[in-house]
Every structure is written in structure tokens, then in C-alpha cells.
Design a protein around this ligand. Structure first.
Ligand code: PDD
Length: 281
């Protein structure tokens, strides 16, 4: 069953929970994480929690809880939900306080949802999807998983209105990432993705892909590329926690490779499935 959690209480998702004067909703003053659960087990939970703490430190959130506390909180919520294949969204905001830009001296707010996973359409998995390019209009601290997602939301809606699954963001002519994914190209069997910097989120699925490449002796090259290079790549794929690895076969009228999901993308997806299947045992 879908469940919600806020500051120590489990609640239904439609129950009233957040007061008007909440920093998350008034300022977007907070951070979040999204964790995929396979057969009741959270995938790469440690990595997600380390990133959560990193985001919290970056915006000076006074988080007293330790990684172990968040681990227990999340695992308990997974059990409470009774869901085996689900997604956990965890939000931390600077708390509830009368509107004022300055940091209040109040406890942080922690909220969470556990919901069943909405599987990616089979047709996309099999045939790939389309994407657009969009100017990366975000701020200069995209390594923080901030609740402020307005530029992402606007770019993603623009993509959706053009029947595309993602907007590939471009800053100074170079591809950074997607609105909610990391972006990869394959050229002559080698995988390329933008290097870690303040302009991209250090994706956890990106780490999984990097590990798989290392195990399979596939070159994994962290190097920026332009949108022109992307359109001429043999394969393009995007990654994130909820959709895993999604092949992109068309970008703004440019067919990528053969126009079908490529061999490397397929292999990486299959290897990821093996990893999560091992988690299920
Ligand atoms: N988004 N880049 C951005 C901007 C993202 O929002 C995400 C994830 C990623 C991929 O990160 P990961 O592999 O850790 O999921 C990259 C999540 C899924 C979301 O906002 O719902």
C-alpha cells in the first residue's frame, strides 16, 4: 500500500500534513532522494544516503540524524508499505517557521513516500524513446539534489509536449544531463558521460553503470561532449533510479545510430537487471 510519513508519523498520502509556513513549499528550501526498492530491498541505499548528507551539508541543513538513522527510517517505511517493488522519496526541508529568508531556529522536517514502481512502457524499453535538447537554465549547484526543480519541470514539460521522454540539457554548447537523468553516448563501443562537476547530479545509476562497464571491460570515459557529437553517436541512453537505463533513439529529428536501442545500452541494462535480481535472493 502507498504510504506517507512526516516527522515521526505515518499518514495516508492524501492526509493534510504540511502547514502553509513550511520552508519546503515557500522557498523550495530543502533536499531529497529517490531510492528504488527491489523485492523489499533498497538498491544502493548507502550511496543514496551519502548523497543526501552531501546535499544537506551543501545547503547548511542542521541534520542531526546519522546515515544509520535514515537507513532504519527507510527500511521501516518499506516494511510498513508491504510493497516489494517500490520507490521511496525522502524530502528534508529547513522546517516550519514564519516566512523569512533567514534560517529559522527550528527542527528540520523529514517526509517520505513509498509508492509502487510505475514500470517504464514496454515499447520504450524495446524500441527506445525520443528526446529534445533544451538550454540548461538551472543554477550553478546542480550537484545538490535540491527541491527547487522549476527549470527541470519546465524543460521536461516542453519535452513531453513534443512526445519526448526527456529534455537533454545543454550549457555552453555541452551536454550536462537530463531534467531527471544522466546522459550517456556510445561511440565505437566506448561509453562517454559528462564528468562530475557542480553542473550535474552525481547519479547513483551512473555509478552502477560505471561499475558494470569496469566489470565488463567497456571503456567508461568521463568527458564532456557537445550536442552535435551526441547526435552523431552510435547510441544514446539516459539513466536514473526510477527508469534505470533508457535508450534514446531520436533527438530533435536526428536518428541515433540505427534508430534502434544499441548493443551496449542493452548489455548494460541486462547486467543491471542481473545485479538487482541478485539483490532479490
Ligand atoms: N532524479 N540528474 C538529475 C537532475 C536527476 O534529477 C536525477 C535523478 C539523476 C539521476 O540520478 P540517480 O541515478 O541517482 O537517480 C540525474 C530522480 C529520479 C528524481 O528526481 O525523481
Amino acid at each position: 500500500m502507498e504510504i506517507g510519513y512526516i516527522n515521526g508519523n505515518y499518514i495516508g498520502l492524501n492526509e493534510k500534513a504540511v502547514p502553509i509556513e513550511e520552508r519546503g513549499q515557500q522557498f523550495g528550501d530543502g533536499i531529497y532522494e529517490v531510492i528504488r526498492v527491489y523485492n523489499g530491498k533498497a538498491f544502493m541505499l548507502q550511496e543514496h544516503l551519502e548523497r543526501l548528507i552531501k546535499s544537506g551539508n551543501a545547503i547548511k541543513l542542521p541534520i542531526k540524524q546519522k546515515i544509520e538513522d535514515f537507513r532504519s527510517l527507510i527500511n521501516e517505511a518499506i516494511v510498513q508499505s508491504g510493497l516489494t517493488d517500490s520507490c521511496v522519496y525522502l524530502q528534508i526541508t529547513r522546517g516550519i517557521s514564519a516566512r523569512n529568508h533567514l534560517f529559522p531556529d527550528v527542527p528540520i522536517s523529514i517526509s517520505m513516500t513509498v509508492k509502487p514502481i510505475i514500470p517504464l512502457a514496454k515499447s520504450i524499453r524495446e524500441n527506445g524513446a525520443s528526446a529534445i535538447f533544451h538550454d540548461d537554465e538551472r543554477w550553478a549547484n546542480c550537484y545538490i539534489k535540491s527541491l527547487n526543480l522549476l527549470p527541470n519541470v519546465l524543460a521536461r514539460q516542453t519535452a513531453y509536449e513534443q512526445n519526448c521522454v526527456e529534455a537533454i540539457l545543454v550549457r555552453d554548447g555541452m551536454v550536462t544531463e537530463g531534467t531527471s537523468s544522466n546522459v550517456f553516448i556510445v561511440k565505437q563501443g566506448k561509453v562517454y558521460t559528462a564528468p562530475l562537476s557542480r553542473y550535474i547530479l552525481a547519479g547513483i545509476t551512473r555509478v552502477a553503470v560505471k561499475n558494470i562497464c569496469e566489470a565488463e571491460s567497456i571503456s567508461f570515459i568521463e568527458q564532456s561532449f557537445s550536442k552535435e557529437v551526441l547526435t552523431k553517436a552510435d547510441e544514446v541512453f539516459i539513466t536514473n533510479t526510477t527508469s534505470e537505463i533508457v535508450p534514446i533513439v531520436e533527438v530533435e529529428g536526428h536518428m541515433i545510430g540505427t534508430g534502434r536501442p544499441g548493443e551496449v545500452s542493452r548489455k548494460l541494462y541486462n547486467k543491471l537487471q542481473q545485479l538487482v535480481a541478485d539483490l532479490k535472493e
